[in-house]
Design a binder for this molecule. Structure first.
Ligand SMILES: [Fe+2]
Length: 553
């Protein structure tokens, strides 16, 4: 899968191996080896390493004005525990200002350790703000592919434009990640990934391509193998290599619809068993993502909610609505329980303070499940998915009243999970038509989850509900991602849909619709849209298709 810059050989330059990083440490252009650990690793020796170490590609993430995180994992046998010897291995890395690696800006050596699955996280600092950089790794004579990253603008910088994409939900078994091939060709500052990076479901024989293993993952090695399988996808590798990613999780990185310490099926997974599973899933997640030290897991805890600034234009508030949430309610009355929380009290307070004091024109939420009320049934009866904010109604009302208080500039919620595009106005009281619009939510579709869609049946089901839901502005269920162009005056979001996730050759990408949020005017409007699939003549599909029920969202 090609990216817009060529892969090149790792050039021999001076200054390499000037420092050792203990798996994850902050470094800059000037490097030291204060612990002498590099010499210790070298003297350890051991059998020669297998070939083909960089099977999982490279990645960067969490850009700041002076740097970003670099990531790779050495895994010559990715589906079989990684295949590395049980010893630490030094990994050289370089960051350059040019794609030919002639202008080296930072360099060093990290240590890939067996207890971290030979993953490497390097926090590079000391770089220039708002610049493109290139990076690569080397072990012995073997070179990684090159990646491209970008630093964020200075905190006080007045930028006129920020362009990024958000994506979610790539189920290996539901389809190929064809959308990522196209996403890698976009012009973006970063990609925000909003959850469901892996799916924990057991392998099935009726799918487009099967999960590895024989069951759902429970142990650390099983989660590592599942993550590694996803990372072998060349389109996903290209998208990681092209831009820094800002990642968060939803449920399937651990267990469908899990809530804090409660699994989907508590009768099947006793508490202690689930907590061990959660800890294993967290560690494997960290090991495979370009995350900073803040996110290093400690047992069953991992700090994933965090904030990233992009000059005075935008702040991205990354949410974690799984780790601290109350269990899903069973009834609408339970959903109105004021004690119920989706974020936990601490994260809510962090979010309110952060949005109040961001000092940026836009407050963007990198969010998982839908905020906007999402009735699933036409007519007077209402049916909700209580895994969403519809199950946490008092906290939602409190947060949306805060959105409307004027204390947070231009809140826009960017959402995953739904496997469909759902563009909505946000109002504090969804049952009151007079409730004011206080923000906008753009729920992106999925990269592959749900497979090639059937827009005709989708619209047959949801158009009558849309007619009863005036806060819904646009719905669609084709696969793809959303590109956002942000300026001081407006956020313009383009829904980019891919022609197929079942037939990976020669796919095309289309802007299916564009949505706009104007600064100072809460709510979202549809700028333009292609004719709906339901208005086109029906084309019979010859590919197999299967149902994805709501429980798998
Ligand atoms: Fe999903």
């Amino acid at each position: 899968m090609s990216v817009t810059f060529p892969r090149r050989r790792f050039l021999a330059t001076g200054g390499v191996a000037s420092a050792l990083t203990a798996g994850h440490i902050l470094v800059g252009p000037a490097l030291l080896d204060p612990t002498g650990a590099l010499a210790a690793v070298r003297s350890h020796g051991g059998a020669p390493l297998p070939h083909g170490l960089f099977t999982l590609g490279v990645a960067s993430g969490d850009p700041s004005p002076d740097g970003f995180v670099l990531w790779t994992r050495l895994a010559p046998r990715p589906l079989d525990g990684g295949g590395m010897p049980d010893r630490a291995v030094p990994v050289s890395w370089q960051v350059a200002a040019d794609e030919r690696f002639r202008q080296i800006r930072a360099t060093g050596v990290a240590v890939a350790r067996p207890e971290r699955a030979h993953a490497v996280h390097v926090e590079v600092g000391g770089l220039r703000a708002d610049r493109e950089y290139f990076y690569r790794f080397r072990v012995g004579q073997e070179n990684s592919p090159a990646g491209r990253s970008r630093t964020a603008p200075e905190h006080g910088a007045i930028k006129q434009r920020l362009r990024f994409a958000f994506a979610s939900c790539h189920n290996w078994q539901d389809g190929y990640f064809t959308a990522y091939h196209h996403l890698a060709q976009e012009d973006l500052a970063f990609v925000a990934f909003l959850g469901d990076y892996i799916y924990e479901s057991a392998p099935r024989t009726t799918t487009i391509r099967a999960h590895e293993g024989t069951d759902e993952p429970y142990t650390l090695v099983e989660y590592r193998n599942r993550h590694a399988q996803y990372k072998t996808d060349t389109a996903l590798q290209a998208a990681h290599a092209a831009f820094p990613w800002i990642v968060t999780w939803d449920d399937h990185e651990v267990d469908n619809n899990w809530a804090d310490e409660i699994p989907q099926d508590p009768d099947q997974q006793p508490r202690e068993k689930f907590l061990a599973r959660r800890a294993a899933a967290f560690q494997a997640y960290y090991e495979h993502m370009p995350l900073r030290r803040l996110a290093v897991p400690r047992g069953i805890d991992m700090r994933l909610y965090r904030r990233l600034g992009f000059g005075r234009l935008a702040t991205v508030h990354v949410l974690d609505t799984r780790q601290y949430r109350s269990d899903q309610p069973a009834t609408l009355a339970e959903a109105e329980d004021p004690a119920r929380t989706l974020t936990g009290a601490e994260q809510e307070s962090w979010l309110v303070k952060g949005m109040s004091h961001s000092g940026t024109r836009w407050n963007l939420l990198a969010n998982q499940v839908m905020w906007a009320s999402n009735d699933r049934k036409a007519g007077p009866e209402q049916v909700f998915d209580f895994d969403n904010w519809d199950g946490y109604r008092v906290q939602r009302r409190r947060m949306l009243e805060f959105f409307g208080s004027g204390r947070a500039a231009n809140p826009v919620v960017l959402t995953g999970d739904r496997h469909a595009t759902w563009v909505c106005d946000l109002t504090p009281d969804v049952d009151d038509q007079a409730s004011p619009t206080v923000g906008a939510e753009i729920t992106g579709t999925s990269i592959s989850s749900g497979g090639d869609s059937d827009p005709v049946s989708f619209h047959r089901t949801f158009d009558p509900i849309m007619a009863e839901s005036p806060h819904w502005k646009y719905i669609d269920n084709r696969r793809g991602y959303v590109v956002c162009d942000v300026s001081p005056t407006r956020l313009l979001a383009a829904l980019r849909t891919v022609s197929s996730v079942w037939r990976p050759g020669d796919t095309t990408i289309t802007t299916a619709a564009r949505f706009q949020v104007e600064a100072g005017r809460p709510g979202v409007t549809v700028v333009d849209r292609l004719p709906s699939e339901r208005e086109k003549p029906r084309v019979e599909k010859t590919s197999r298709r299967y149902q994805v029920d709501d429980d798998q969202f």
